[in-house]
Ligand binder design. Sequence first.
Ligand SMILES: [Zn+2]
Length: 253
Amino acid sequence: MKINQNFLTPNKYSRPQIPLKKVTKIAVHYVGNPSSSAAANRNYFENQKNGGHYVSSHFIVGLQGEIIQCIPLDEISYCTNQANSYSVSVECCHPDSTGKFTEAAEQSLAELCAYLLEKFGLDIDDIIRHYDVTGKQCPLYWSPTKYQSAEVANGRFEEFKNKVRKLLKSSAMNGTLNTSSGTNFRVRILDGCLNIRKYPSLNAPVAGTITDKGIYTIVAEEHGGSVLWGRLKSGAGWISLGSRYVQKIREEK
Ligand SMILES: [Zn+2]
């Protein structure tokens, strides 16, 4: 899974920079615009800065499974109504008016959801549909409509969650869920008592402590608050990469 970060220009309509203090749900959507691309939807959000609608999402998954991140994870998006204050939102593109996702898009969506659940320490049932919040038929293919009963729609959503469940299981065994951001370097721990956080934020629960001043491999970097965080290869969590705490090791190529 590769996440392309292309953050929106801060503006009051689509990126108001209101802090997202605690994430308890991952909200899934369909874009509602058949065959539009992830890039086109990102541009639509960007263009709201000129005055328009209050609309955006943290992520957009495209028809070929590409992923664009529009908003950092410590800011809210305008996507899921009353759930905006506690959820990360994911929009997914679809080829036609049924709203059914392509196989590639659904696979990326599942990987992204698994990654986000792990990152925020959430459970499978913390993935929600826009439908679960407001009753809006979104994602359309997973919502009861005149074309599909509640039983069929809910069954499709459950099937999707099973896919995510499997990814979580395999990641717990071998740590395959790391994003292929290309990040991979080692650090020497300078601090004798360095906290490991469940996700990259000072507000995140402490998942453990490093006391051995050893050498650790970092496989992802992310800004959270004013801190640059590094994800431990072991999957244990995130540590601050501040120069007071760690020293990056220069590798001979
Ligand atoms: Zn929606």
